[in-house]
Design a protein around this ligand. Structure first.
Ligand code: NAD
Ligand code: UD1
Length: 338
C-alpha cells in the first residue's frame, strides 16, 4: 500500500515509517516540522534503504495538501500530525484546538474528495480521563475527567471521525489509543527528541543519566500504588509502530478504537531503576509535589488489538530503556546540528 503519513518526521511517525517499509509498504510524508527535524527522515531513509517523498506543509493548509493528493495515489492515511504538549495546551488552548482539529478536518475532507477511505488516527489514553476502572478496555468510559485541551482535542477528533463514518459508510477510521510510548529504534539513530525540558518521564530520566539534568523530580509518592509513585503502561515505540501496520491490514468500514498497550503497569521508581540498569549509572531523584492533572495509575488491556488486529507488544520495558539509552547517549543533542 502507498500511505500518506502526516507528522511522519516526529517521534512515533519516524518509527512507523521504518515498520511500513519493513512490511513492504511505501509512504509519502507531510509535516510542517513544527516539532521535528527533517534529519529524522534522512535517518529513516538510511535504515530502510529507500527515498521517502517529503513535502513540508501544514496539514490544515488545504491547498497545499490537495496538491499532494493530486500528485500521489494513496490507499490509506496515518494521521500523526498534531501538537501534543499537555502543559502548553493549557496555556495555549486555541492553538491546540486550531491545529489539531483543523488539520484533521482538512485531511479527512481531502481523503473523501479523493476516495481515500482508510484512516489510522493517533488517539491517546488521555481520552479515558480519570480511569473509572483498571485495566482500561475500549468499553471503558471516555471523556470524563480530561484535564487539558490536548486531551479534549483527541476526544473530539474521535467523535468527529465516528460521525464521518456514519455519514460515509465506505469510510474506515481506526482510532489507536496509545498508552505511554517509550524507547527508540535499536539502531540508536532515531528516537524521541523533545525540545527544551522534557515533559514526559523517560526522556527526562535519560537526560539525567547523561548529565544534562541534575535529578529526576518524582511527582508524588503518596498515590495508592505499589510504591506510592504514578503507574503507567509504557509501550516500546517499535511495538507501537507495528500496531499501525497491523491496523492497516484490518481496515473495515466504520470507526473502531483499539488500546495499544502492554497490559502491565510500571511505577516511576521502577522506571528509574530500569534506566539505571540500562545505563549502568546511578540516577539521582527527589520526590516533589504531585503534578496537577496526573492520575495515580493508568494501564489497559490490549486484548481487543491482540485478537482483532493480531498484534501484541513483544518488547519489554527493560529493552525500551536500553534502546532509549542508546539513542540518548549516541545523540546527546537529539537531531540538533544536522
Ligand atoms: P511529535 O511531535 O514527535 O510528532 C508530531 C509531528 O507532527 C511533528 O513532526 C510535528 O512537526 C508535526 N505537526 C504538528 N502539527 C502539524 C500540522 N498542523 N501540520 C503538519 N505537521 C504537523 O509527536 P509524537 O510523539 O510522534 O506523536 C504523534 C501523534 O501521537 C500525535 O498526534 C500525538 O498527539 C499522539 N500521541 C502521542 C503520545 C506520546 O506520548 N508521544 C501519546 C499519545 C498520543
Ligand atoms: C502525559 C499526559 C498525557 C499524554 C502522555 C503521553 C499529563 C497529565 N498527561 O501522560 O495526556 O497522553 O503524557 O504523552 O500530562 N513523572 C514524574 N516526573 C517527571 C515526569 C513524569 O514523576 O518529570 C511521572 C508522572 O507523574 C506519571 C509518570 O511519571 O506518573 C509518567 O508521566 P508522563 O511521561 O508525563 O506521562 P503521563 O502522565 O502518563
Amino acid at each position: 500500500m502507498n500511505i500518506l503519513v502526516t507528522g511522519g518526521a516526529g517521534y512515533i511517525g519516524s518509527h512507523t515509517l521504518v515498520e511500513l517499509y519493513a512490511a513492504g509498504h511505501t509512504a509519502v510524508v507531510v509535516d510542517n516540522l513544527s516539532n521535528s527535524s527533517q534529519e529524522s527522515l534522512r535517518r529513516v531513509e538510511t535504515i530502510v534503504g529507500a527515498n521517502i517523498p517529503f513535502v513540508q506543509l501544514d496539514v490544515a493548509d488545504r491547498t497545499a495538501l490537495a496538491a499532494v493528493f493530486a500528485e500521489h495515489k494513496f490507499d490509506a492515511a496515518i494521521h500523526f500530525a498534531g501538537l501534543k504538549a499537555v502543559g502548553e495546551s493549557v496555556a495555549k488552548p486555541l492553538a491546540y484546538y486550531r491545529n489539531n482539529i483543523d488539520s484533521t478536518l482538512a485531511l479527512v475532507e481531502l481523503m473523501l474528495e479523493n476516495s481515500v477511505n482508510n484512516l489510522v488516527f493517533s488517539s491517546s489514553a488521555t481520552v479515558y480521563g480519570d480511569p473509572a476502572e483498571l485495566p482500561l478496555t475500549e468499553q471503558s468510559r471516555v471523556g470524563v475527567g480530561i484535564t487539558n485541551p490536548y486531551g479534549q482535542t483527541k476526544f473530539m477528533i474521535e467523535q468527529i471521525l465516528r460521525d464521518v463514518c456514519v455519514a460515509n459508510p465506505q469510510f474506515s477510521a481506526t482510532l489507536l489509543r496509545y498508552f505511554n510510548p517509550v524507547g527508540a529504534h535499536p539502531s540508536g539513530t532515531i528516537g524521541e527528541d523533545p525540545g527544551g525540558l522534557p515533559n514526559n518521564l523517560l526522556p527526562y530520566v535519560t537526560q539525567v543519566a547523561i548529565g544534562k539534568l541534575d535529578s529526576v523530580k518524582v511527582f508524588g509518592n503518596d498515590y495508592d500504588t505499589v510504591d506510592g509513585t504514578g503507574v503507567r503502561d509504557y509501550i516500546h515505540v517499535v511495538d507501537l509502530a507495528r500496531g499501525h501496520i497491523a491496523a492497516l491490514g484490518h481496515m473495515q468500514p466504520g470507526a473502531q478504537a483499539y488500546n495499544l498497550a502492554t497490559g502491565t503497569g510500571t511505577s516511576v521508581l521502577e522506571l528509574i531503576a530500569a534506566v539505571e540498569q540500562a545505563a549502568s549509572k546511578n540516577i539521582p531523584y527527589e520526590v516533589v509535589a504531585r503534578r496537577p492533572g496526573d492520575v495515580a495509575a493508568c494501564y489497559a488491556s490490549p486484548a481487543l488489538a491482540n485478537t482483532e488486529l493480531s498484534w501484541r507488544a513483544d518488547l519489554t520495558i527493560q529493552q525500551a530503556c536500553v534502546d532509549s539509552w542508546r539513542w540518548q547517549s549516541q545523540n546527546p543533542h537529539g537531531y540538533e546540528n544536522h
